[in-house]
Ligand binder design. Sequence first.
Ligand code: AMP
Length: 412
Amino acid sequence: MILSANKSVTKRKQALDFQQLGLSEETLATLAEVGYDRPTPIQAALIPLALEQHDLLGQAQTGTGKTAAFALPILELVELKPNKPAAIILTPTRELAVQVSKEVQKLAGKRQLSIVCLYGGKPMQGQTNQLKKGAAIVVGTPGRVIDHVKRGNLSLNEIEFAVLDEADRMLDIGFRDDIEYILKRCPQARQTLLLSATLPPAILELAKRYMNAPKMVNFSLNKVAADTIDQFYLLVPDEIKFDILLDLLKREQPQQAIVFCRTKLGTERLYRKLFKSGAVNGLGTIHGDLAQSSRDRMMQDFRDGKISCLIATDVVGRGIDVTGISHIINFDIPELSDDYVHRVGRTGRMGKTGVAFTLVEPLQRSELAKIERKINRRLELDPMQTHVDQMAEEKLGLKPGAPPKSKYRRAL
Ligand code: AMP
């Protein structure tokens, strides 16, 4: 049975200081050191419930402070042993695994504990050596975690705390069996936290099977995205999307932008075209066809601000947490409306403002409508539409009887 924790959440709204959440002095000192003054809403709601040792089902995304929401209780609760990991955190992507382990390490402060990050695309040996030296907390992608379990490098039989981060994404990628394999090997008397941006039936089913009367805490970004991020669209024929992207980037001069494409090939093509055009300084790309070392380098350069414009696919875009992202540009409208929410959620983080633009091809209007239904909000038509219409007429000779401006526009 899944219990709603709404009552507790309302009560916790008053608890605006970390001191009121039941954390130890040691943790409070670390939080002061890392400069976290106040808990984010999900931290205020989730931490006290986790400290009471409930299983929790949290609807929240990266950017809400969810990592600290589960990392702090882990650091407080688990009995850290040098050799057998007491906590395991599973993430869908390598980038997210790295990001989460860095955050856990940061929050561990002066606690001496080893956090080992396990993900594919890197040789097994280095990770095996790290595990042999002893791991208190393991963060990893399911496939690689299983590889280590099967080779006898990693034992799960002392796990006290398991976290499934971005669980919906893990299921999308096809990690369901892997997750079950891992959970089945953890002791039953453990605490389990499941974080997910959406709660489709498959997630609820997983929660029912592997969690103990979990309480539900809802901080989905659907609302957040709809409320705090300006969102525009442009109706653009495929043939001139590249030109319009250049015009948009020129007009907006983003501090940092992610430009999303649907496919790995499309991402690579757009990156090369932009690179050749010389129009953008600090260009990077990240997609699943790149070697892990290039992906890691790109992510680090993006975090360091050396890359100002990152061309990405959804899978890698999902876990990206960089606070300076001012612009999201959907060069291709996402196939799934959930992905729209995830993409747009990369900006406007931690109270900063953000803006998102979606280029919609004339035949994709129904996809735009689906997204609008999902976020329960209409995107605004960007004033650049006039320019787009003119360009479509000049370059493509698109000249139906109707005035250019209304040519692609849907009936509002
Ligand atoms: P997350 O949603 O866990 O990816 O966190 C988003 C970003 O917010 C990360 O860079 C965290 O380091 C940061 N963060 C998390 N909690 C707080 C807090 N209470 N105060 C300030 N920054 C925070």
